[in-house]
Write a new protein. Structure first.
Length: 227
């Protein structure tokens, strides 16, 4: 039989919160914001904020609406740059949040306030920089620029009424640029997580990253092991 006697001077364990079954329209529990730059087949640049992204090694997976200008550009040219803003760029990101490179704007997007913007860099007040390995420009103000090439596009079935409306783009990172002030001191190829503060999106709201809450046992593994 298990004893329930509480040791003297210790606090009683907290009672776990009760779960509720819900059906949210979105599942954005918190991911980094990315300003994804692409070019169309005529070389015109587009810049789009997005946050459906994750990384595995040098591979990034991007979730995009199949009919967005960014998705069309990426499918056509096979190149992009993932520009990672910090909270310092939140105003710039928000200035292009309800804009689209598509012309005409779809009725669905127009109904919630989207409008066509041919110059996303200008509208955001951001500076384009030439990339090294791909045609789309980088964003000078973003502390991290990841140049990448398309490996594969995976159409996703969302519902029977609008099949293949979302695409998961698998891209390979070909070059990494970082601001010097987030590089780990004394290293050539490492980012200091205490200096790098990504801009995060959680349920349509912007957040910054706080201080480290607990050491991780994974930190005992040298980063080069993953290479």
């Amino acid at each position: 039989m298990t004893s329930t006697t509480q040791a003297p001077g210790t606090a009683a364990p907290a009672t776990p919160a009760t779960h509720a079954v819900i059906d949210p329209a979105i599942l954005y529990f918190g991911t980094p914001v990315v300003l994804l730059s692409t070019v169309d087949t005529d070389g015109r640049p587009n810049l789009a904020p997005m946050s459906s992204v994750f990384w595995l090694g040098k591979t990034a997976v991007l979730g995009l609406a199949a009919r967005s200008q960014t998705a069309l550009n990426l499918a056509a040219t096979g190149e992009c740059v993932l520009n990672l803003p910090s909270p310092a760029q939140v105003d710039a990101v928000d200035r292009i949040a309800l804009t689209t490179g598509r012309d005409p704007v779809s009725a669905r997007k127009a109904a919630v306030g989207y409008r066509h913007e041919p110059d996303k860099f200008g509208r955001a007040g951001l500076t384009p920089l030439a990339s090294d390995t791909v045609a789309p420009p980088r964003v000078a103000e973003c502390p991290v620029n990841l140049e990448a090439r398309l490996v594969h596009a995976h159409p996703l079935e969302r519902d029977s009424a609008e099949p293949r409306s979302i695409v998961a783009f698998e891209v390979h990172v070909t070059r990494v640029h970082v601001h010097e002030d987030i590089r780990a001191a004394g290293t050539a190829h490492r980012v200091d997580p205490d200096r790098w503060r990504p801009l995060l999106m959680s349920f349509q709201r912007f957040y910054g990253l706080g201080d480290e809450v607990h050491p991780s046992r994974l930190a005992s593994i040298d980063e080069e092991w993953y290479r």
